[in-house]
Design a protein around this ligand. Sequence first.
Ligand SMILES: [Zn+2]
Length: 320
Amino acid sequence: MTQGRGKAVGSVGRRGLLVGAAATAAGAAGVVSLRAAGAATDADRTVAVDRKPVVMTWWGNHAWEIRCGKYVVLTDPWLTRFKTGTYTPAGADPATKVVSQPEVIDRYVSQADAILVHHGHYDHLPDVPYIARRTKATVLGNETHLNLLRALRAPADQLSQVSGGEYLPFDGFTIEVFRSVHSCGGKRHQFAYPGTRPGAVPPKPRTIADLVEGGTLAYVITIGGLRILSLSTAGFDPVSLRDLQVDVVLAAPGGEPGVTDRLLQTIKPVKTVIATHWDDFDQPLDKPAVDWGGLSKLRASVEATGSAFTVVDHLQSITL
Ligand SMILES: [Zn+2]
């Protein structure tokens, strides 16, 4: 889950993004459009490299299918929705049972080469074991994520432990792994179900409280010449992402005030930001997404930088 409903997001103000500094780093793969905050469009610089169409399909929450030709990467593929109360005033009921329903998953998931686990929470992890087994995909996650997956009977030989800093060339795409942090909020700056499960495999998780956050990772997926930064919550690590050059960011609403402004000041100017994790996942996936209340602030933060802000509805695709 993301920690939501913070106070007003601070303004990016006149703190523009430096076109000159960014342009020197524009040799990276992808189409890189650099834009100064509030500046005229003739400040743009575009570097075209070998690009192929990349189709991104949203399955709600932070579940994305990223496809280029025959290659498919999935982020936190969670399709079995169960009522948790996460976005109600009472919040999620920690005794909610974790279930995974193959008949729901099979409606949407056909193929995957890699599954990127960003953190261990109930709205990210529980369908990964079934999807991994069905697709034979390689599953990336940290020690806790993989231990939770082992406890959920994921196929052990497909699990690849990462911690941030890895550069992993796959057939058809590359994955870079970055340290990250979960978003937090409220007076005590907390998030749900903190904790780790290092060492021995824990007992099988039965309730959503058993699926601890376990540390958070971010990923850059380079596919079809496009570089996509995937963030599963509003949180990020400013040291790891400093001056990162990407074409697309998957950015979640919520978190501490101003967090998205700080993210977009930390990385190089980015052409497109796509909203992720913005829907109330107690609502059905086969109906239009219901905003839990964070989308307008996210939009304001993104548009203040001059980046394009894109919202995709449930089960819809965007081709980049
Ligand atoms: Zn979470």
